[in-house]
Design a protein around this ligand. Structure first.
Ligand code: PGA
Length: 255
């Protein structure tokens, strides 16, 4: 088993933060700080900031992603944006199934599955989020929940398409709370996901599959989390809004 089969991926999730102007300024600040990264660097921004972000990131090693996409190509879905639209705009990545979408906007395992399908069909790479809420952890059903979320989201995804998917394990109780999973807890669930990939696809697919941890990862705890065998990167909320903090996480992933 060789962790070096997988290149770490550090992705920022800006959530509902930053105007286009602020986006430009923050990316300009980040560019020199992450230029030497030995990992993939992605920033996912609100739709309205995508053009400003791509323009600011042009020619650098920072790739840009959206934070969601709809499952239909087009139609009467007020307020939504399709994967085809993102593709046409030149956006290479999209987050799907973030717990805030599941919690506040009625996202289900099935709508997550459909959005994953739409993104892959459009040729956009997916950061698929899974994770248990605190009550589920306390009941001891974390593995079961994460396995189910993953299985449903990947139903219909071929082994070849797996190369275009990253999974972010994000325990909901650790998101934006300052409570981080211990490195052992993070690794344990990432390893459950990796075993499921082996079960559903192949050992080879699971060895190459990138699994991130997310949930209050910051410049202070990133190195320890990223050193875990099954943790191949991070999905970063709060700390991705501060250039120096984000750059330190990128640096930790590059070691
Ligand atoms: P956080 O968010 O780093 O602010 O906890 C992570 C996420 O929601 O992806």
């Amino acid at each position: 088993m060789d962790k070096s089969l997988r290149k770490p991926v550090i992705a920022g999730n800006w959530k509902m933060n930053n105007t286009p102007e602020q986006t430009k300024a923050l990316i300009e600040q980040m560019k020199p700080l992450v230029a030497g990264a030995d990992c993939e660097v992605i920033l996912c921004t609100p739709y309205i900031d995508l053009y400003a972000a791509m323009e600011a990131a042009e020619g650098s090693n920072i790739k840009i992603g959206a934070e969601n996409c709809h499952w239909a190509e087009k139609g009467a879905f007020t307020g939504e944006v399709s994967a085809q639209m993102l593709k046409a705009a030149g956006v290479p990545y999209v987050i799907i199934g973030h717990s805030e979408r599941r919690q506040y906007f009625g996202e289900t395992d099935e709508t997550v599955r459909d959005r994953v399908r739409a993104a892959l069909n459009a040729g956009i790479k997916v950061i698929l989020c899974v994770g248990e809420v605190l009550g589920e952890r306390e009941l001891g059903i974390t593995d079961e929940i994460v396995r189910k979320q993953t299985k449903v989201a990947l139903s219909g995804v071929s082994e070849a398409e797996l190369a275009n998917i990253i999974i972010a394990y994000e325990p909901v109780w650790a998101i934006g709370t300052g409570l981080t999973a211990t490195p052992e807890q993070a690794n344990e669930v990432c390893s459950v996901i990796r075993s499921l990939i082996a079960e559903l696809y192949s050992k080879d697919a699971s060895d190459h599959f990138v699994i991130q941890y997310g949930g209050s990862m910051n410049d202070g705890n990133a190195a320890e989390l990223l050193a875990q065998y099954d943790v191949d990167g991070g999905l970063i909320g709060g700390a991705s809004l501060v250039a120096e903090k984000f750059a330190k996480i990128v640096e930790a992933a590059s070691k």
